[in-house]
Design a protein around this ligand. Structure first.
Ligand SMILES: Cc1ncc(COP(=O)(O)O)c(C=O)c1O
Length: 396
């Protein structure tokens, strides 16, 4: 089943893009996000797990406000993410932090916003676990719930830059080192996250089976386990496997089980609308320069992949090399075919760019950041954010 096409109607995005006067601009399709959250709610209902949204994928306040009422909390990786997460979710959900970079000068602020911390290493745990068991917030009742991030030492990600279990990994305590530790003082849960863009929950099953085999006795004394993110939620068979994994964990160890997807919630809901600003021929190829750049979609350059475009048609008669407007010669999206001729002013819409793009986007060459819009379920297009010269100047 192609879940993407079931939820997202490209015609709606094309109509919405006509309402945008200034490009480039991100558009988030609210109904696509709500569908994903509805699927996650089903997983929750069938397996009694708790759903967190990993805000690093797209932390825009408008999105967080929309997502907050559908999830049990947010997962975060820094002080600023902790603060925005707590400000938005308030007391109606919990905030869960894990980071290799816990800083002593920030910890006093971090604890005001987070409810759960998963230490990334044994040294972090040794350093912070004692102090964090005290009444750190000074409000007399809310103690922090502490856990340990483990590295299950099972890799599924081919590119080691994105593999949390790569050799000499910095992410989590290697499970082989934990096996021999009999007691983890003040640790109530385990956190793991070892995949990226996977649709195959048998990989999660393999991971969890391995963890249970090596750390079953440790899990007996725990309150919770966080299975991380890194998976899409796009087919019923896979959804069933996930539910079974969660149910087995709950039946065997009576644990609260968290999952924390990011891209799986917002990735396919995000579009970048751009316009052609110049066209010319170079060495026999038609070049179309867009008013955007790979620096607005940095993972295109980072991963060296060709992003999908709403209007492309591999059978189309017209081929163009779509290039970004920065001075970098490699600022190129790729060669695409279209049914219609492109001309200056034509709209070109990138799809599937809702996660890890805007948050990593930069203003290299002084090119302004794209605005951010939400296409509401009733087709209203709401401008969430736009950037001005003052933002650029203020940054430098
Ligand atoms: C600890 C942790 N949890 C959750 C996520 C979210 O992953 P994804 O957006 O692939 O679902 C990440 C992503 O890097 C992560 O590092």
């Amino acid at each position: 089943m192609n879940y993407f096409s079931k939820i997202i109607d490209p015609e709606r995005i094309l109509i919405a893009s006509d309402k945008i006067s200034q490009t480039p601009a991100f558009v988030y399709d609210e109904s696509a996000i709500i569908e994903k959250l509805a699927t996650l709610s089903k997983v929750k209902k069938n397996s009694s797990c708790q759903i967190l949204y990993s805000i690093k994928a797209a932390p825009m306040t408008g999105l967080l406000e929309m997502i907050a009422s559908h999830v049990d909390g947010f997962s975060v990786s820094s002080l600023f993410e902790s603060q925005i997460a707590k400000e938005i979710i308030g007391d109606s959900g919990t905030v869960h932090l894990t980071t290799p970079g816990l800083r002593e000068d920030e910890i006093g602020s971090v604890v005001k916003y987070v409810d759960y911390i998963s230490f990334n290493s044994l040294s972090q745990w040794q350093y912070y676990q004692g102090p964090l068991q005290k009444d750190v917030r000074g409000d007399g009742n809310r103690k922090l719930n502490c856990g340990l991030r483990i590295n299950p030492e099972i890799s599924f990600v081919k590119d080691e830059r994105y593999d949390p279990c790569r050799k000499y990994s910095k992410l989590g305590v290697p499970i082989s080192e934990l096996e021999n530790i009999k007691h983890l003082d003040n640790i109530q849960g385990l956190h793991l996250h070892n995949n990226c863009e996977s649709s195959d929950y048998t990989e999660l099953k393999q991971t969890v089976d391995h963890v249970c085999l090596l750390l079953g006795a440790t899990l007996e004394g725990m309150q919770w386990i966080n299975l991380g993110g890194g998976y899409f939620i796009d087919d019923e068979k896979q959804q069933y496997i996930l539910e079974q994994i969660i149910k087995d964990l709950k039946d065997t160890y009576a644990l609260d089980v968290f999952i924390e997807p990011g891209k799986g919630v917002v990735g396919s809901a995000g579009f970048l609308v751009s316009s052609v600003v110049d066209m010319f021929e170079s060495g026999g190829k038609q070049i179309a320069i867009l008013d955007t750049t790979v620096n607005h979609l940095p993972e295109v350059f980072e991963y060296q992949y060709k992003p999908e475009i709403v209007q492309e048609n591999p059978e189309g008669n017209y081929e163009y090399r779509l290039a970004g407007c920065s001075c970098l010669s490699g600022d190129i999206f790729g060669d695409y075919r279209f049914e219609q001729v492109l001309s200056i002013g034509s709209r070109v819409i990138f799809k599937n760019v809702g996660a890890y793009m805007f948050v990593k986007a930069n203003t290299f060459n002084g090119i302004n950041l794209p605005a951010v819009n939400i296409l509401k379920s009733d087709e209203e297009l709401v401008l969430e954010k736009e950037f001005l010269y003052a933002d650029y100047r203020g940054k430098y």
